[in-house]
Design a protein around this ligand. Structure first.
Ligand SMILES: C=C(O[C@@H]1C=C(C(=O)O)C=C[C@H]1O)C(=O)O
Length: 125
């Protein structure tokens, strides 16, 4: 914090301090948060793109009688993303959890695409 008393101190506070502050902290908290928000937007866009493929794969699976859940493929996806995370020095354990969630979302979307609510038989009596 800068509390100027003399003219020299005022000059330091108004010109020199912001210069060195910027040198030590190149980004303000607002700038960092703006970048985080931008990254979050990109993540949501990529998740939506991943989810949008569920309908296409569901149509092929339904036509060929292939089950929605494929454990071998799931394990391959998880192994691969954990390997990518390690290479980026990111903890692979939470990354595994994130991708388990994404896979489960994809499978849910596939089931919904195969059996949309309008065609689903009512279980109500
Ligand atoms: C997308 C598929 O269906 C499921 C969803 C997966 C995923 O979201 O990556 C992987 C395996 C399957 O359990 C697939 O079979 O490739």
């Amino acid at each position: 914090m800068c509390l100027p008393r003399t003219e020299i101190q005022t000059n330091y506070c108004q010109h020199v301090y912001p210069f060195f502050r910027r040198l030590y902290f190149p980004m303000t908290i607002e700038e960092i948060r703006a970048e985080i928000t931008q990254i979050d937007e990109e993540i949501i866009h990529l998740i939506a793109r991943r989810q949008s493929l569920a309908g296409k794969i569901a149509a092929i699976k339904k036509e060929s009688g292939i089950p929605v859940h494929d454990n071998q493929r799931k394990n391959d996806v998880l192994d691969y993303v954990m390997k990518l995370a390690k290479a980026e020095h990111v903890d692979p354990v939470p990354i595994r959890g994130i991708f388990e969630t994404l896979i489960s979302m994809n499978e849910k979307a596939q089931r919904a695409a195969m059996d949309p609510p309008a065609t689903r038989k009512s279980t109500r009596k």
